[in-house]
Design a protein around this ligand. Structure first.
Ligand code: 13P
Length: 251
């Protein structure tokens, strides 16, 4: 059975001291009283090593927000998959819409990054989602299908055993305007059917598909109760311990 996964994408927030404070608060409240939920935090690179030490012996797991697709070399400012593994990361967010739009990452680069992640035993949290104009033009499914087929090209079911997909409609990110549970469910169902066509129905049935975009305690119960929504990728609301914990508890 697939597991619900709540992941906090801290984005470019929290220096080292603020990271230590937030993790201490989370650790106090998050125990194994929620065995059905996997909890992941994705702090900035500069806090990863410390975060890894702090979450030892807790149920919180560690992810990074990005990485480069090469193992090493002259790529100034980039971080390799193995570097993330060496500081205790088990997950990495790839293809986030902020990477796609602000840093011009195309599907082909995201595909290379996913390949590099699985080669290094990092589980990709692979983000997809349409912009507002794409939704208004009625091409949401087409856009998401292209992101998924190009992003996963050349990858086998075995290689993708730990893949998590996050559906994040761009118009819902950081805007306070979440997709309605029906809008999100419709795309999640589409993604699961697409994965079934590209791979197999058993693989599709077991894959975790998170929703992301203005998830908060006020809307998480309704969103999480949809049949094809298996957790959340949380931005703004993960920066305060109490709201992140409430979202975890809504599962
Ligand atoms: P918000 O929850 O702030 O809308 O951000 C969502 C997101 O981008 C998570 O990756």
């Amino acid at each position: 059975m697939r597991k619900n996964v709540i992941a906090g994408n801290w984005k470019m927030n929290n220096d080292l001291n603020a990271s230590i404070r937030l993790i201490s608060e989370l650790k106090k409240e998050l125990s194994d009283k929620n065995p059905n939920v996997k909890i992941i935090i994705c702090p900035p690179f500069t806090s990863l090593e410390t975060a890894s030490a702090l979450i030892k012996d807790s149920i919180i797991e560690l992810g990074a927000q990005n990485m480069y697709s090469e193992e090493s070399g002259a790529f100034t400012g980039e971080i390799s998959p193995n570097m993330l593994v060496s500081v205790g990361c088990k997950y990495v967010i790839l293809g986030h819409s902020e990477r796609r739009t602000i840093f011009n990452e195309p599907n082909q680069l995201i595909n290379k990054k996913i390949k590099a992640a699985v080669k290094n035993n990092l589980a990709p949290i692979f983000c997809v989602g349409e912009t507002l104009s794409e939704r208004e033009n009625g091409i949401t499914f087409k856009v998401v299908e292209q992101q998924i087929t190009e992003g996963l090209e050349g990858l086998s079911e075995t290689e993708l055993q730990n893949l998590i997909i996050a559906y994040e409609p761009v118009w819902a990110i950081g805007t306070g305007r979440n997709a309605t549970p029906e809008q999100a469910q419709e795309v999640h169902k589409f993604i699961r059917e697409l994965i079934s066509k590209l791979y197999s129905s058993s693989f599709a049935a077991n894959i975790t598909i998170q929703y992301g975009g203005s998830v908060k305690p006020e809307n998480s119960i309704e969103l999480m109760s949809q049949p094809d929504i298996d957790g959340a990728l949380v931005g703004g609301a993960c920066l305060k311990a109490d709201s992140f914990i409430k979202i975890v508890e809504s599962i």
